[in-house]
Design a protein around this ligand. Structure first.
Ligand code: SF4
Length: 328
């Protein structure tokens, strides 16, 4: 006799809800995955966290600034909206801003690390993150305007490798919005129209000029990364690298540390305020460093970062590529 086989009713699989608020250090997976697959998983997680969760130091600075604005003013409403956005993005694991920006990686690696295969893994992680919506399809061909839809193209993502003496791999990521990039500036001193000479007083004048010109644009309150000196290319890159410093981390050079504090205080007395609506918070911080220059030139670069300050970093195991520790 043939037994009648009745189909077991299988309960629909429950998809485990993501916990976006938690910065998961390493996902516990039942099966072992290859180092390449693990690298992509870790890189996607770094991109997700960078795009959706504001770093703790910036979060603290924004909430402190909100507390300082007078209630029921445009400035306080603007700060409230920013804080709501920050919460929403974190809870829903959605990008903090629709412009997920230029994708800039800095990879600090021990000697002997193979860069070329890692570039391929970064490309895969960027493509996957774009599919998952952590990155908007945001990178277009500068000549044709064509959008490949993957965020891959000439020079994008921007990847910088730096060899260091440590055994670990450090991946830092910045998502630099277009609006704040547009108001970033570069000056060649002396700048006669501003009366800015080749000294720190001149540097101060051009930084303040950049902030005044940025008002109402660039989605303030901003953070300034500044480089004094260098050639035009390295100066701007180094100014942008200052944004990897934690807010409040003062320069080790006394004169620059003092200038950082003074610029921040002065900017916040200009009355430009959040989004240019007036108020007490024009910038959250100013981070300055310097580079040698040739006697014939004195370049000052100001990299402006908007309130949607997306930068993160993590250490990874160099063999397994498992994510060990978050940096911010
Ligand atoms: S400047 Fe920043 S906050 Fe403004 S639209 Fe661009 S990424 Fe978003």
């Amino acid at each position: 006799m043939v037994k009648k086989v009745t189909k077991k009713k299988v309960a629909p699989k429950k998809v485990a809800a993501k916990k976006p608020t938690k910065k998961v250090v390493a996902k516990k997976t039942a099966k072992k995955i290859s180092p390449d697959a693990q690298a992509i998983e870790s890189l996607v997680e770094i991109i997700r966290v960078t795009s959706t969760i504001i770093p703790n130091d910036v979060d603290r600075a924004i909430r402190k600034a909100r507390g300082e604005e007078v209630s029921n003013t445009s400035a306080s409403y603007a700060m409230d909206i920013m804080c709501d956005n920050i919460e929403l993005a974190k809870t829903k694991s959605q990008p903090l801003c629709q412009d997920t920006g230029t994708v800039i990686f800095y990879i600090y690696h021990p000697p002997g690390f193979h860069q070329t295969p890692f570039i391929k893994l970064i490309h895969k992680a960027v493509t996957q993150s774009t599919k998952l919506g952590y990155l908007r399809q945001n990178s277009v061909d500068s000549l044709t305007g064509e959008n490949a839809g993957t965020n891959l193209g000439a020079g994008h993502p921007s990847i910088h490798f730096v060899e260091h003496e440590k055994k670990e791999l450090v991946v830092k990521l910045m998502l630099k919005g277009g609006g704040c990039e547009n108001v970033s500036a570069q000056y060649s001193l002396p700048e006669t129209t501003l009366g800015a000479g080749r000294d720190l007083a001149g540097v101060r004048k051009v930084i303040l000029d950049a902030v005044v010109k940025a008002q109402g644009k660039g989605c303030g309150p901003g953070v300034l990364g500044v480089c004094v000196g260098g050639d035009r290319a390295d100066s701007h890159a180094h100014a942008k690298r200052q944004l990897f410093r934690k807010l409040g981390e003062r320069s080790k050079i006394k004169e620059l540390a003092e200038l950082e504090v003074e610029i921040t205080e002065t900017c916040n007395k200009l009355g430009i305020g959040p989004m240019g609506f007036g108020g007490k918070t024009t910038i959250l911080d100013c981070l300055i460093d310097h580079r040698n220059r040739v006697p014939a030139s004195f370049i000052v670069s100001v990299s402006y970062m908007c309130w949607a300050f997306r930068r993160q970093g993590a250490t990874l195991d160099t063999k397994s590529f498992k994510l060990n520790k978050w940096l911010y």
